[in-house]
Design a protein around this ligand. Structure first.
Ligand code: ATP
Ligand code: MG
Length: 253
């Protein structure tokens, strides 16, 4: 049996009258990449905030690395890191200074070495001593992810890691994420890009109108929607076909 890094059962959350999560269930196995897919406003960030102990749920249970987020938030925090939807780097510091700062905050033994290693593996060595305000969006995002890896967390949360990046920078981030999972890190990422989920995820869950309306591996999802006919030529459905088929069907009800 594979260890479950994340277990979410019956998760509910409302903001005043707005019911955002209406009973969300999913599980993520250790060392896997899980993509939570949904349109703007579907509730992806809300899920991430609850799983990373930044927000309390109204109902349901969530365990991360075996600890309940509501009753053992400190234990959860020790095992995770979060790269939020909006970059959290300090613009006035250099890339290296940002990394050293976080390494010191986490009481690591050799902050300078930790920073050097991460700069190297993220292709930021050359830019290391420039202020982040001079970085491109892709470099900033790479630094952001590097920052979240300081201290080697077991589970990392990436909220829309590639939104706003050009295709090349997006592929760089994808390679980083794939490398993390290869090294045994569990990754939960949210995305609006179907292709991203298709490229990266071992398992995909589609969040729509407060619930997970479909989940599985890409091939499982494809089996649910076996054939898409386009101009008399049968083809394998893309995740986009599947997404539209499910979401469209629901909305038509
Ligand atoms: N603090 C808040 N107070 C009130 N409403 C909120 C709050 N945070 C989020 N919402 C609402 O809850 C819904 C879900 O928001 P959330 O940010 O989780 O969506 P999302 O899937 O991350 O969207 P996006 O793709 O745009 O990032 C939206 O309708 C949003 O307006
Ligand atoms: Mg969001």
């Amino acid at each position: 049996m594979l260890t479950k890094s994340i277990k979410v059962t019956g998760l509910k959350k409302s903001y005043k009258d707005l019911q955002v999560l209406k009973g969300v269930d999913f599980e993520v196995e250790e060392g896997r990449i899980f993509a939570l897919l949904g349109s703007n406003g579907a509730g992806k960030t809300t899920v991430v905030k609850i799983l990373t102990t930044l927000l309390k749920q109204d109902a349901g249970s969530v365990t991360v690395n075996g600890f309940d987020v509501a009753s053992k938030p400190e234990n959860v925090r020790q095992a995770i890191s979060l790269t939020g939807q909006f970059a959290a780097v300090d613009e006035l510091l250099t890339g290296r200074e940002n990394l050293i700062l976080i390494a010191k905050l986490r009481y690591l033994k050799n902050p300078r070495q930790v920073a050097d290693d991460l700069l190297l593996s993220f292709g930021l060595t050359e830019a290391a001593d420039r202020r982040v305000s001079t970085y491109s969006g892709g470099m900033r995002r790479r630094l952001d992810i590097a920052l979240s890896l300081v201290g080697k967390p077991k589970i990392i949360f990436l909220d829309e890691p590639t939104t706003g990046l050009d295709p090349e920078a997006r592929i760089e981030v994808w390679n980083i994420v794939k490398g993390l999972a290869k090294g045994g890190t569990t990754v939960l990422l949210t995305t609006q890009y179907l292709e991203e989920a298709e490229q990266l995820a071992d398992k995909i869950a589609i969040l729509h109108e407060g619930k997970i309306i479909a989940s599985g591996t890409l091939s499982e999802l494809k089996k649910m929607f076996p054939l898409a006919k386009v101009e008399y030529v049968e083809k394998q459905p893309t995740l986009e076909d599947i997404f539209l088929a499910i979401v469209g069907k629901r909305e038509g009800k």
